[in-house]
Design a protein around this ligand. Structure first.
Ligand SMILES: O=C(NCc1cccc(CNc2ccc3[nH]ncc3c2)c1)c1cc(-c2ccc(F)cc2)cc(O)c1O
Ligand SMILES: [Mg+2]
Length: 214
């Protein structure tokens, strides 16, 4: 049967990247998406903004919602200090399978816990299952209509502390209007928009960074 796009992306990584070299894995995926097939990775332009926020926060606990093929997982994990707890959540089993292989090819498997499931089911159990009290950094890149319900779950289950940083992808394209309205109008967050473009295109998109004020 015909391969899937994530499987073809994995092949491109295995062919063009150097095992154990995260930078080469990132470059191989970006090359594949620019010259072979578009895919919904955060990409290199928004990826540089992601890098700068992760570096600035230097988190001890990280949550990513929406692993997809592991591109942003590799971007984040390569910047983390040893001992950082990093959980990434993926609903689609086929994507999760490819992501595991791409994360391992980059040599970052020991820094990442990939959990298969839906954010709404997992968030209430994170404290119990992973012994995490609060997250220093959260990257939202899953179903766009889940961003708002999930940030409310973070609040309800006490997973945020004063200073927690949330970074949301695709706030313009495909767009997350209800989430934007919430974080920009809530007195509990300080939000800032980072203009950019939809991965591998000239279409306007951007990231929204929101600081939880407690
Ligand atoms: O929709 C997007 N991504 C989310 C997504 C999409 C599909 C499947 C999954 C399944 N994974 C999943 C689901 C639920 C989950 N709950 N917890 C974890 C978790 C994980 C996730 C997206 C779309 C575009 C885009 C497409 C087309 C276009 F023209 C312009 C732009 C660009 C992006 O950067 C995007 O991120
Ligand atoms: Mg995205």
């Amino acid at each position: 049967t015909r391969s899937t796009r994530p499987q073809r992306m994995l092949k491109a990584v295995q062919k063009n990247a150097i095992r154990g070299n995260p930078e080469s894995v990132i470059s191989a995926i970006d090359y594949f998406c620019k010259h072979s097939e578009w895919a919904m990775n955060v990409g290199d332009e928004k990826g540089c903004i992601l890098d700068s926020v992760v570096t600035e926060v230097d988190p001890s606990t990280v949550l990513e919602l929406g692993t997809y093929c592991g591109y942003s997982t590799v971007r984040i994990a390569r910047l983390l200090s040893p001992g950082t707890k990093f959980i990434t959540v993926e609903f689609n089993p086929a994507s999760a399978e490819v992501a595991r292989k791409i994360i391992a090819y980059a040599g970052l498997q020991d820094k990442v816990t990939l959990v298969e499931g839906a954010s709404g089911d997992l968030i209430p159990q994170i404290k119990k299952l992973y012994g995490i009290t609060t997250f220093d950094f959260i990257f939202l890149d899953h179903w766009k209509d889940r961003y708002l319900p999930d940030i409310k779950l973070f609040e309800e289950y006490g997973l945020l502390r004063k200073g927690s940083v949330l970074l949301a992808d695709n706030v313009i394209c495909p767009g997350t209007p209800e989430y934007l309205e919430y974080v920009r109008n809530s007195p509990r967050y300080e939000s800032r928009y980072y203009p950019s473009h939809l991965e591998y295109t000239k279409v306007e998109d951007g990231l929204e960074k929101s600081l939880f004020l407690g």
